[in-house]
Design a protein around this ligand. Structure first.
Ligand SMILES: Cc1cc2nc3c(=O)[nH]c(=O)nc-3n(C[C@H](O)[C@H](O)[C@H](O)COP(=O)(O)OP(=O)(O)OC[C@H]3O[C@@H](n4cnc5c(N)ncnc54)[C@H](O)[C@@H]3O)c2cc1C
Length: 606
């Protein structure tokens, strides 16, 4: 009797963004082929890279005739969905439970026995998010022998999970949309927000960032990258239209480049518009940052021949007798030690520390959820501090509030926002970080955006229709008291807040929080909807201090020879306690990544 019922079968699994479908071709004795035929996973996490699950797992399943394939670190949900879908397809072929459990335990790619390795390179870059990738590309373009170590099985870090927005001021894209802006204007804005509550801003660094945002975007757009693989498979992925590769006459794919989709305001209350969206982005999005990290990764790996050691984490920096950094000790996931000698230095680009419970415990928001990758625990920060770098413990982290059903915080908020007790704490018509800040300051673990069951007012891009549909988990009720019960707050308290809000709407003046009159709309049923806003830590501030040459500084202001940093690991000096605008972090990471590589290699300044 044959092992399988030969034929082609379909199966489904649940990915990060919903259903993922595979087609599995079975011969009588073997799994002949596996193909992910439909999905909506995130580019730069689930698919799009040389190492992401959609590209790698089907081949491994066939090669090992096994479903015992390790998940790709950093893309676990897509990995699980593929394994689940293949198991479902095999089940659909009539295979019994025993056969499926055999496949799930059959030998897969075995973890090699730990064997220590040693490398000597010009430049070692730790971390492959925006900062590390920009440094890697810049250094490789300069002809350096570069090695990148990346803790996860994919590149991208927080960058790939981000909204993919990049700040610019006076760019060609802004001009195209008729927006007047300049580096001077963005400098004034960043300094004004940064200095509101404390003195953490470095005017020199902020000016440098402001003056180099535009060239950073131009540089990013100039990267022309190749995608490896079968063009048909590549084109069948869920591309945002603007990024979809074009074909040559012979069917091969043309090189691709990063694209700016459009420029938007970070909040309609803030002028001028200067947030540059990546394809597929806009509004309150996540996961479009792959539109930045994928081009840089593929350019580095496929076009420049750059090497990345995946699943390998920086542990310690190596210094010489004078205290200069000459390399690093890194650890592979399988436990083996990798010693890397870096003659021109080490660039730390290991991201922030949002996932480090101990480091975050100093903030009242420590218990909040975070959407950054699990590996972002501040390794680079710890390693540098150990050899004498300054670690600036910033008094704040960035908290945003997100709703899975709407784009609140980016658009025109005509509704009422209350904290978990049912109290109004902020002018709703403001940038999402200001709202997140106010909710956190009121000691609340979540917020609620209350609106009515009528059509939203013009200009309000609210997913309220989703909220009132039957599948929604967001509370819906005929009365404010009923809504309060579902929200878990005291009905009388929410009633008081609601009545006061209605009074202000009638008056046309928000005496309590100053919301502009044109956004004071009545909320009057027949249905009341409360959209849950989950506060979430997305960016950490402070950390290492670098100068405008990306050199890591000691507490006395001197720099540590051979040590450079870029990105969230070194967010000191251009953030106050509020996140000034989307795009600042990625813009800064890209720019300082390039600067770090240029300084280390002795190239001219940007
Ligand atoms: C949901 C969300 C939306 C956001 N939206 C935006 C936005 O639209 N625009 C914007 O400007 N900012 C945004 N941000 C912030 C922004 O994404 C990050 O601040 C920025 O991408 C950080 O880049 P980075 O290169 O410093 O770090 P990361 O992109 O996090 O990269 C760090 C890399 O280092 C690796 N690493 C960690 N430890 C080690 C180690 N020991 N050894 C080797 N590798 C290691 C990690 O695995 C990771 O790949 C957002 C953040 C989130 C969470």
């Amino acid at each position: 009797m044959s092992r399988f019922n030969a034929g082609t079968y379909q199966g489904q699994g649940k990915g990060y963004r919903g259903k993922l479908t595979v087609e599995v071709c079975l011969g009588p004795e073997r799994i002949e082929s596996v193909k992910v035929t439909e999905h909506n996973e995130v580019r730069g996490i689930g698919w799009g890279l040389n190492t992401s699950p959609v590209e790698t797992m089907p081949g491994l399943i066939v090669e090992y005739q096994s479903l015992n394939i390790p998940e790709v670190v950093g893309a676990e949900l897509t990995s699980q969905a593929i394994l689940e879908a293949v198991a479902a397809a095999i089940k659909a072929s009539g295979a019994d439970k025993e056969l499926i459990s055999q496949l799930k335990t059959a030998p897969g790619p075995i973890q090699e026995a730990p064997e220590d390795e040693e490398y000597t390179v010009d430049l070692l870059i730790c971390g492959a998010g925006a900062g590390g990738l920009a440094a890697a590309v810049e250094a490789k373009l300069a002809g350096a022998n570069v090695l990148v170590v990346e803790k996860a099985g994919i590149t991208g870090g927080s960058t790939a999970r981000s909204g993919g927005k990049v700040l610019g001021a006076g760019t060609r894209w802004q001009k195209r949309q008729g927006i007047y802006d300049s580096p001077e204007m963005v400098y004034d804005y960043l300094m004004e927000v940064g200095c509101r509550r404390g003195d953490f801003m470095s005017p020199v660094k902020t000016r440098y960032v402001s003056e180099h945002l535009n060239s950073t975007l131009d540089w990013l757009s100039s990267v022309k990258y190749s995608i490896k693989g079968n063009p048909e498979d590549i084109l069948s992925q869920p591309w945002p239209e603007l990024s979809r590769p074009e074909q040559n006459e012979d069917g091969s794919l043309k090189k691709c480049s990063y694209q700016v989709q459009d420029v938007e305001p970070i909040h309609v209350s803030l002028q001028p518009w200067r947030v540059h969206n990546s394809p597929g982005g806009g509004g309150q999005t996540n996961g479009e940052g792959g539109e930045i990290s994928v081009p840089l990764t593929l350019y580095y790996e496929n076009d420049l021949g750059g090497k990345i050691l995946y699943n390998t984490a920086l542990e310690e920096l190596i210094t010489d007798e004078k205290g200069a950094v000459t390399g690093a000790l890194c650890r592979r996931k399988n436990g083996s030690l990798v010693t890397i000698h870096a003659e021109k230095g080490v660039i730390l680009a290991t991201g922030g520390y949002s996932r480090n419970k101990e480091m975050c415990s100093r903030y009242p928001t420590a218990h909040y959820y975070s959407t950054v990758p699990h590996g972002n625990v501040g390794d680079g920060l710890v390693a540098a501090e150990k050899i004498g770098a300054r670690n600036f413990v910033h008094p704040a982290v960035q908290v945003v509030y997100t709703s899975l059903t709407c784009g609140i915080g980016i658009n025109d908020e005509s509704g009422l926002i209350v904290n978990e007790k049912g109290d109004r704490v902020v002018n709703e018509w403001t940038y999402q970080y200001t709202v997140g800040d106010a909710l956190a300051a009121s000691g609340s673990n979540c917020g609620w955006y209350i609106t009515s069951g009528k059509e939203p007012y013009p200009g309000v891009k609210l997913g309220y229709k989703m909220a009132v549909n039957k599948k929604s988990r967001d509370p819906v009720s005929d009365s404010i008291e009923g809504l309060a019960k579902k929200m878990g707050c005291e009905p009388e308290r929410l009633r008081r807040t609601y009545d006061r809000y209605c009074e202000l709407v009638d008056k046309g003046i928000d005496e309590d929080f100053g919301k502009p009159a044109e956004f004071l709309h009545p909320i009057e049923g027949p249905k009341f909807v409360a959209l849950r806003l989950h506060p979430c830590i997305t960016v950490t501030f402070g950390g290492l201090e670098i100068d405008v040459d990306s050199r890591v500084l000691r507490p006395d202001g001197s720099f540590i020879p051979g040590l450079y940093a870029a990105g969230e690991v070194a967010n000191t000096g251009f953030f106050g306690t509020e996140y000034p605008t989307c795009g600042t972090s990625i813009g800064g990471a890209l720019m300082f990544g390039r600067v770090a590589a240029r300084t280390a290699l002795g190239l001219s300044k940007l």
